[in-house]
Design a protein around this ligand. Structure first.
Ligand code: MG
Length: 285
């Protein structure tokens, strides 16, 4: 075969070939696992970032419903009721242009969308469904994400009878913490995330004094239990390049936006999104 010159346009194909190279997967019998053994070690020294050898979380079949279609509490702000994107914007501050269809929105090429509002510490309810029939494998199978402040990702992915590196599967803190169990529902079925998030804090000298923290329930199953982020997610901002070890950004205000990730041709759907500020005990009303 005639060799051709490598051009910039070849890079995505090359990256895909590298990503899918069996040499990077640990288990030749796996349905699909990709990952990397040449990345930095995560704290604890056992696993690389996106390590294919990290144990696959046990599969748990969730109950038929938990908070699915849950109406927002009276002190919540409804961010998406199935009909309009007025609470959302694109990354440039313009109107969000994702498709709104029959009671849901669908990831649409052109970038992620983010809330116009910001919250310091919050309880977030999100419902999502991965494409059906499913297409793609590993990170190309229904990939989206809840990108808090565009810096901290709770992964959205079709992990139903589909494998990827565990720190990148559904409900993982991407690049850091696999879910405690795999509670994914089949493609096309509505799934719930209930996320309790606390923003990181820095003192007035710029020293990190409190890490970002998340508790996540996936379809009613606790999958992240007060997880303290080691830093920002790799690959979603300029702070940490993809496949790099997480670290914190420069200090940012505790008030953060919620972004829904556009990850290429993965038409994930979202509906019934609401958020409420976490108050404090004994606070005056
Ligand atoms: Mg993602």
């Amino acid at each position: 075969m005639k060799m051709t010159t490598l051009t910039l346009g070849s890079i995505p194909l090359l990256a895909l070939l590298i990503l899918r190279c069996p040499a990077f997967g640990a288990d030749p019998d796996a349905k699909q696992i990709d990952g990397f053994k040449d990345t930095q070690m995560l704290p604890g020294g056992k696993w690389h970032v996106h390590d294919p050898d990290r144990p696959q979380p046990a599969v748990v079949t969730p109950g038929a419903s938990f908070s699915q279609s849950a109406p927002p509490p009276s002190d919540a702000e409804l961010l998406f009721n199935g009909t309009d994107l007025s609470k959302w914007q694109n990354s440039h501050g313009g109107d969000a242009t994702w498709k709104v269809l029959d009671g849901y929105m669908e990831v649409t090429p052109g970038g992620g969308i983010r809330t116009r509002g910001k919250w310091a510490d919050f309880q977030l309810h999100v419902e999502w469904a991965s494409p059906s029939p499913a297409t793609g494998t590993s990170q190309g199978r229904g990939n989206s994400g809840i990108l808090i402040n565009g810096l901290y990702e709770v992964q959205v992915l079709d992990s139903y009878e589909a494998k990827t590196y565990p720190d990148g599967q559904a409900a993982a803190i991407y690049g850091q913490s696999p879910p405690l169990v795999n509670a994914c529902k089949p493609p096309g079925e509505w799934q719930t995330y209930d996320i309790i998030f606390e923003s990181p804090r820095w003192d007035n000298k710029g020293e990190l004094v409190k890490k970002a923290c998340a508790t996540v329930l996936h379809n009613g199953v606790v999958v992240q239990n007060h997880y303290q982020f080691i830093g920002c997610t790799d690959g979603i901002s300029s702070v940490v390049p993809w496949q790099s070890l997480s670290k914190y950004s420069a200090p940012h205000p505790p008030e953060v936006f919620i972004e829904l990730q556009e990850h290429g041709a993965n038409p994930v759907r979202y509906r019934n999104i609401w958020i409420r500020h976490l108050g404090e005990s004994d606070a005056q009303p």
